[in-house]
Write a protein that binds this ligand. Structure first.
Ligand SMILES: [Zn+2]
Length: 406
């Protein structure tokens, strides 16, 4: 099984409590730029110890893996094609330049909080899910599990949700269509039913150099870039006033924002290159094409003007990253189930993106619900409150019970 050394998996003992699992998971430095295989290997060993077979999908370099494992249902304990997915990403954001009070990869409990990189985003949820597995296996073995329970652990979520699509493609190929998915990003255990999508674009404006005293001989890349940026800002204004905006989001409209710009070499040179990036955060009912089409039209118009002055000039527009929005269109049944289990009927919508959009895009109704607060994510001294872990344990326990009922 590629670089995973199965011999190392023997004679290992595993935690029984979610706090202990979390401590163990934080000990693996799974910052996105590093391999996550040590963590995956550990979880694989645990699953095999429980009698389960894991399914791994790798990145191209084979130094990162997704893990998907199923606790089957049915009297013959062989039904795997529907069921409920508990999903989490194994990677964490870097700690570079952050001032931590203790080693970020050595979990520390101080007071009623557990500190460590990934404590809330999102090894806390994974820890609770792993803690639940033995009981799910027991129910499966005794024929009481009516709905398969799956665990999906991904890589590279923090750098553009690159891992989850491989899991989803693999499930499709294997004919597995889960009924529901719960993504355990930190929501303080509240039910998040939708989030915005993200599309990041890079725009490269190729002009023509000339001495700044001879402007007619050049094509100013910065000037054309600024016209396009002006257009992006106008478009942002327009979409902020649309009637179909959604007040359940804290920013109730889709946003466009220019984030970086580079261009020019000296004041007395007409610049031949200017590059800028912008991102688009779309409400679930707006597509990425809704915004791209008018921008592409503007790019074509400006490029034509530039080429009329110098044929080698023009504007390139490239998409760098894209994460789909998570829609609540098909999740009413799941929402009702979660509300019944938690006794909390409130639905929330958030601006940050998760793998949830990729799951709903694949036709799997999904909500986000997990321990800890997004406020603590990505920061120094990231923590999760121990009470949040207890709430998540209790929630998953109820969820598992719901999988045993007809
Ligand atoms: Zn996360």
């Amino acid at each position: 099984m590629n670089s995973l050394n199965k011999n190392q998996l023997k004679n290992v003992s595993y935690p029984k409590q979610s706090i202990d699992w979390l401590t163990r998971l934080i000990g693996f430095d799974t910052v996105s730029r590093h391999s996550n295989l040590a963590l995956i290997e550990d979880v694989q060993g645990y699953c095999e110890h429980l009698g389960l077979t894991v399914d791994l999908t790798f990145n191209e370099a084979k130094n990162k893996a997704n893990l998907f494992v199923t606790v089957p249902s049915g009297e013959n304990a062989d039904k795997v094609d529907n069921g409920l997915v508990l999903s989490g990403h194994t990677d964490v954001v870097p700690v570079d330049g952050q001032e931590w009070s203790s080693d970020p990869f050595n979990a520390a409990i101080r007071g009623d909080k557990l500190y460590g990189r990934g404590a809330c985003d999102m090894k806390g949820f994974i820890a609770c899910a792993l803690t639940l597995l033995p009981q799910a296996v027991q129910l499966s073995n005794s024929g009481q599990l009516r709905r398969p329970l799956h665990l999906a652990l991904s890589f590279d979520e923090e750098v553009g949700c690159l891992g989850a699509p491989l899991i989803l493609a693999d499930l499709k190929a294997r004919g597995i269509t889960p009924d529901y998915c719960i993504v355990g990003e930190p929501t303080n255990m509240a039910m998040v039913v939708a989030h915005k999508g993200i599309a990041v674009y890079r725009c490269r404006v190729h002009g023509k150099s000339a001495h700044s005293s001879l402007t007619a001989q050049g094509v100013n890349a910065i000037s054309y870039a600024s016209r396009l940026i002006g257009y992006v800002d106008t478009l942002a204004e327009e979409i902020s006033c649309r009637e179909d905006n959604d007040a359940l989001f804290d920013v109730p409209y889709s946003t466009l924002s220019v984030g970086t710009i580079h261009g020019g070499t000296a004041t007395n040179i007409v610049p031949n290159l200017c590059e800028f990036t912008f991102d688009y955060r779309n409400l679930p009912h707006m597509t990425q094409d809704d915004i791209l089409a008018p921008i592409q039209a503007k790019v074509a118009e400006l490029s034509a003007q530039m080429r009329a002055r110098a044929p080698e000039t023009g504007i390139e527009l490239m998409q760098e990253e894209s994460v789909p929005a998570m829609t609540d269109n098909d999740s009413a049944e799941l929402q009702a189930l979660i509300a019944a289990l938690t006794g909390d009927d409130d639905r929330h919508k958030v601006a940050y993106a998760t793998e949830g959009g990729q799951f709903t895009n694949a036709g799997i109704p999904t909500i986000i619900c997990g321990p800890g607060s997004i406020e603590q994510a990505h920061k120094a001294d990231e923590y999760v409150e121990l009470s949040e872990m207890a709430r998540c344990d209790e929630f998953l326990q109820k969820l598992l019970t719901s999988c045993t009922l007809k």
